[in-house]
Design a protein around this ligand. Structure first.
Ligand code: FE2
Length: 284
């Protein structure tokens, strides 16, 4: 059965970091979360005033951040001692877990900066685990071409290939898809997995519903995702993951299971005790 579009979420413009404009869909009043996903931001601007201030040092606890760059160049530094270089087509997976303080700053003074940041929740048993970091160069990400369908396979399986990003707690699938006019993309997917599609160029349709650009389509139950491109072709990301099914208590960059754990995170951050562990960088 093909998954229908259950809900269409229009992006809300939000100012993040030191003054970066992002389009948010998951993590807004219209869609607080899509278990296991907590937030989905699309940043995209050719105006340096909308991104140049970047994201100076800030904390995270209790979840994973996953950043995928379409265009531009960012530098990442964190309390684990990692210094990362995020380039167009590359990706970064950071398991904040017990606590990370990091910064994400543009390494460009002009031109287009475009990409996505997804927050993936962690199960209770992993929230206070050691943090971890993986970074992937644009060349490390497999690309599968099947006629008019081109898929950059960040995570999950497609066309007999495996993505490079391993998010073991959610079994995440994350694909960046380009369709030529009228082409169709299909992906078999376990029925209980949460799934969404976000069109960022062109136009597309899924399960009989139009998918306007810069809107997030939450897909309903079924065992296959199908997305067809309009007459101008389409570029979109397709993301899926296994729900956790636990209580979520969020306060900004801290996402735990109880209020007490949030209060502890705030206390520890204020007293300089948030970061418990340094970890080495891995990746390709
Ligand atoms: Fe961050």
């Amino acid at each position: 059965m093909i998954r229908p579009v259950k809900k269409l979420i229009r992006a809300t413009e939000v100012t993040e970091g030191a003054g970066v404009t992002v389009r948010r869909t998951i993590g807004t009043p219209a869609l607080r979360s899509l278990d296991p996903f907590l937030m989905f931001d699309h940043f995209g601007s050719s105006d340096p005033d909308e991104y140049i201030a970047g994201f100076p040092p800030h904390p995270h606890r209790g979840f994973v951040t996953f950043t995928y760059m379409l265009d531009g160049h960012m530098e990442h530094q964190d309390s684990m001692g990692n210094r990362g270089d995020l380039r167009a087509g590359g990706a970064q997976w950071m398991k904040a877990a017990s606590g990370v303080i990091h910064s994400e700053m543009p390494r460009q003074g002009d031109g287009l900066m475009r990409g996505f940041q997804l927050w993936i929740n962690l199960p209770a048993a992993e929230k206070m685990a050691d943090p971890a970091y993986q970074e992937f160069s644009p060349q490390a990400i497999p690309e599968v071409r099947q006629g008019p369908v081109r898929v950059r396979l960040l995570a999950g399986k497609y066309g007999g290939r495996c993505g490079v990003v391993d998010d073991p707690h959610s079994d995440m699938h994350y694909l960046d898809i380009a369709l030529e006019p009228g082409a169709e993309f299909a992906l078999p997917l376990a029925g209980n997995y949460a799934a969404f599609v976000y069109v960022y160029e062109g136009s597309a349709a899924a399960g009989g519903s139009e998918l306007p650009p810069h809107s997030l389509a939450v897909l309903g139950e079924g065992d296959e995702i199908r997305v067809g491109a309009g007459p101008g072709g389409a570029r979109f990301v397709c993301v899926a993951g296994c729900p956790i099914g636990e209580e979520v208590v969020q306060y900004g960059p801290f996402v735990m299971n109880t209020r007490e754990e949030i209060e502890q995170a705030i206390r520890e951050y204020q007293s300089g005790q948030l970061v418990k562990k340094k970890a080495a960088m891995t990746g390709k």
